[in-house]
Design a protein around this ligand. Structure first.
Ligand code: NI
Length: 184
């Protein structure tokens, strides 16, 4: 078990595009994935990119169990996605609050495409192809952005919707719109 330090916004490593993985099913790759899951669950995250623990490879993980507090939110299967590609399948975008383990304590309202196709590989090299929508689509777009050196605050259109969780909640900005899973 290895819980790694999560890089925070301001660290220039988070702004650099990540390199594709060339060798699957390697000891290093399996260890990286284990460290990422350990780190994500220790921080109650719903997603994590390898660069957030300082590894500049195109590896993301995500997943979100059914939460009785948000019965309408679809669970997202626990997924390892390597060298991902995304295709936007509609022009429709929707706004929702996002957080990020690299931007602790804050939330912002971010527009994302509501439906996408994505593909990539798991750590053994098996291909993954899915069509998804809603929170699942949002989560993948957020993690994919990390691989391009993009953090969610850069996607916020109206910066008055960016702030500390405590303030946004206390002042009724974010009450009904909290994410079913916190912290991408
Ligand atoms: Ni993030």
């Amino acid at each position: 078990m290895a819980i790694k330090v999560i890089l925070r916004m301001g660290n220039p490593a988070l702004l650099i595009p990540c390199e594709p993985v060339h060798k699957f099913d390697s000891e290093e790759l399996h260890q990286l994935v284990i460290d990422m899951f350990d780190t994500m669950s220790a921080n109650e995250g719903a997603g994590l990119a390898a660069i957030q623990i300082g590894i500049p490879l195109q590896v993301i993980i995500f997943g979100c169990e059914y939460n009785p507090r948000y019965p309408d939110a679809e669970p997202v299967p626990e997924t390892v996605l390597i060298n991902p590609e995304i295709e936007f399948t509609s022009n429709n975008m929707e706004d929702a609050w996002e957080g990020c383990l690299s931007v602790p304590g804050m939330r912002g309202l971010v527009p994302r495409f509501s439906t996408i196709n994505y593909k990539g590989f798991d750590q053994d090299g098996n291909e993954i192809i899915r069509s998804v929508e809603g929170f699942h689509a949002r989560l993948v777009q957020h993690e994919y952005d990390h691989l391009m050196g993009i953090l969610y605050p850069m996607r916020i259109i109206n910066m008055t919707t960016f702030g500390f969780i405590e303030e946004l909640t206390q002042h009724g900005m974010m009450d009904a719109a909290r994410l079913p899973c916190e912290n991408e």
